[in-house]
Design a binder for this molecule. Sequence first.
Ligand code: NAG
Ligand code: NAG
Length: 425
Amino acid sequence: MASRLVLLAPLLVLLSVSGALESAAGATNGTSPADGMIRGRSLGSSSQSVFSLDRYGGHGDGRHDDTQALAKAWKAACASPRPAVVLVPGGKRYLLKLVRLSGPCKSSVTLTVKGTLMASPNMADWSDKDRRHWIVFRSINKLTVNGGGAIDGNGEIWWKHSCKINKAMPCKEAPTALSFHYCTSLRVEDLKIVNSQQIHMSVEDCINVQLARLSITASGTSPNTDGIHITRSRDVKVTNCKIKTGDDCMSIENGTHNLHVSKVVCGPGHGISIGSLGDDNSRAEVSGITIDTVQLYGTTNGARIKTYQGGSGYAKDITFQNMIMYNVKNPIIIDQDYCDKKKPCKEQRSAVDVSNVVFKNIRGTTITKDAIKMKCSKNVPCRGITLQNIDLKMQGGKGATESTCRNAKWKKSGTVHPQPCTAMN
Ligand SMILES: *[C@@H]1O[C@H](CO)[C@@H](O)[C@H](O)[C@H]1NC(C)=O
Ligand SMILES: *[C@@H]1O[C@H](CO)[C@@H](O)[C@H](O)[C@H]1NC(C)=O
C-alpha cells in the first residue's frame, strides 16, 4: 500500500506545479530583461521570480557542460529580494560537474527540477581535490528542492572503480549526489534520485528538514550507495520515500535528534541503521528517533543500532514500530561490538550507552534464524529495551527463528515470537 502512495504522490504534485510554472514562463519570456527574471503570480500568494537554466546559457542536451548555467541561475536567484525559483526545464538533460550552491540568500529559493540533472560520466571532470561531492547546497534558509524530475549520478563508472568491486583499485571516495550542509527549513520533495556515485543524499548540520516523496534507486550491487544519510541535524521528517540501493536505506549518524521517519519502503539494500557510532573512541549523541510504518524487502538488516567498542555518549529514546520485513537477514539487531576494520576490534571499557529502545509491531520473515539479536557491551549494557508484539518467522517456514541476547536489559510486552532471549555465546 505504501509503495502505491509513493508512486502516485509525485505525479499529482508534478501536475499541479508544472502548470503554474509553464504559464508563468510563457507569459513574459519575450519581454523579460537580460537577467532572465520572470515574474509569475500563479506560483504562490506573493509573486516569485523564475530563473531558468536556459536563460543562463544552459543547453540541456546532455553533452555540453551546464555547470555554469546552474551556478549563475542560482546566484541570481539567491540575490533576489523576492522568493525565487531556479527552474530546470522539463524534457531536457543538463550535464553537471561538481557544483556548490551557497547561501545565505535574500529570500526563499526553490530549485524546481522538471528535467534531469546528470553528473558527468567523464572521470577527467572530477578533481582529486574534492571527490566527495557533486551538488552541494550550503548555508541556506528556506530552501526547497522539488519538481518531479531526476538527479542522475551516472554512478556506474564509479562503481566499477570502487575497491569493493575491483580489488585492484585503490579505495577512494566517490561523490555524494546531493549534499545539504547548514540548511534550515529545508524541503526536498517529489524527486527521483538515481545511480549516485556513492551516497544519494546527505543531510548534515541542518535544522527543520522535510524529505518527502523521494524515489531513490541504484543497483543492489552498487557499492556504498546509501539512500539517505543524516548527521548533526535536528527536527527532521522523512515520509513517503522508496529507496532501493546497494547500501543502507537510511543511515542515521552522530548528532541526529528528533527524527521521524514514516511510510518508507526499503530494499534491496542494507536496511535502516542508527550508527555506526563511537568510531575511534569518539563521542556520539543520538536521541528521539522514530522509525514508523517502514517496509523492508530483502535487506541485510531491518532495524539496527550499531556502535563501536570504546566510544562514549548515548543513543536513546528510539522507537522502531509498525514495520513489515520480507526476507530480511537480521530483522532486529543491536550490535555494540560493531567492527568494520581490517584488524578485529578489541574489547574496551567504554561504549556508547544504548537505552530506551522500543521494537513494537514488527512482523515478517527472515532468511537466517537470527530474528532478534542484542549484542551489548559488558561495561555499558543496553538498558530499557522493549520488545512488543513481534512476529518474525523463517522465510518459507524453513525451521524456527531465534532471539539471542548478551548484556541487555529488556522487557517483553504482548506476544513476541521468537521468544526472547536466549544467552548468546
Ligand atoms: C518563450 O520561450 C519559449 C522557448 O524558448 C518559446 O517557444 C516561446 O515562444 C516564448 N514565448 C514568448 C511569449 O516569447
Ligand atoms: C558527535 O557529536 C558530539 C556532540 O555534538 C560531538 O561532541 C562529537 O565530537 C561528535 N563525534 C564525531 C565523531 O564527530
